[in-house]
Design a binder for this molecule. Structure first.
Ligand SMILES: CCCCCCCCCCCCCC(=O)SCCNC(=O)CCNC(=O)[C@H](O)C(C)(C)COP(=O)(O)OP(=O)(O)OC[C@H]1O[C@@H](n2cnc3c(N)ncnc32)[C@H](O)[C@@H]1OP(=O)(O)O
Length: 148
């Protein structure tokens, strides 16, 4: 599926991304400040997460809720990148291996199926060349969120 714009800065500049988003807005001092950009082939979005220890649950392991939030943000931004505004209606995360603090991880998300108003998306987190967590979600299109 082609994105509406190949500009990798698109995701941070589109006015309809909520200015206070807890996951992706860099201006939110209490947020995760994740910078999602389009993948090279434009089919999805990707981001690097620094896995700072402030996000740990158990010592040395990133909290699963933080990972789920980053997946949700990735898939939401993927929707925006393809010109769809939508809300999450279902999110399933599989924590395959502990995500360690102090080592960067890469998150990638893409749309896998469209059945309007529902969109199915998948995401994965890779650290140390290993897929450590995956997610699937359903998003429900809400065009009225555009421009808010
Ligand atoms: C000291 C200071 C203390 C401070 C405390 C602070 C408190 C803070 C509290 C913070 C709280 C923060 C909380 C956090 O954020 S914890 C952080 C987020 N979670 C993780 O990092 C977990 C990462 N995952 C793993 O480590 C492995 O996957 C584990 C060890 C879990 C299993 O890996 P392993 O390679 O060993 O095996 P396997 O993958 O073949 O699976 C084996 C079995 O596991 C079951 N299973 C697996 N998947 C599912 C599933 N989807 N539904 C149902 N069951 C499932 C099932 O029985 C399966 O067996 P089978 O059915 O296949 O026979």
């Amino acid at each position: 599926m082609k994105p509406v714009n190949s500009d990798t800065e698109l995701l941070q500049t589109r006015k309809h991304i909520h200015p206070n988003c807890i996951v992706c807005n860099k201006a939110n001092p209490k947020g995760l400040n994740i910078n999602y950009v389009l993948t090279e082939d434009g089919s999805g979005v990707t981001a690097v997460f620094d896995c700072d220890e402030q996000y740990e649950g158990y010592p040395g392991i990133i909290h699963g809720g933080v990972i789920a939030s980053i997946f949700d943000g990735a898939m939401g931004n993927c929707m925006f990148a393809h010109g769809h505004s939508a809300v999450t209606v279902e999110l399933t995360t599989r924590f395959r291996h502990p995500v360690q603090t102090g080592k960067c991880a890469r998150i990638t998300a893409r749309i896998t199926r469209v059945s309007r108003p529902l969109f199915l998306l998948e995401a994965e987190l890779i650290q140390d060349c290993q897929v450590k967590a995956t997610a699937r979600a359903k998003f429900y299109e809400q065009p009225e969120l555009q421009g808010s």
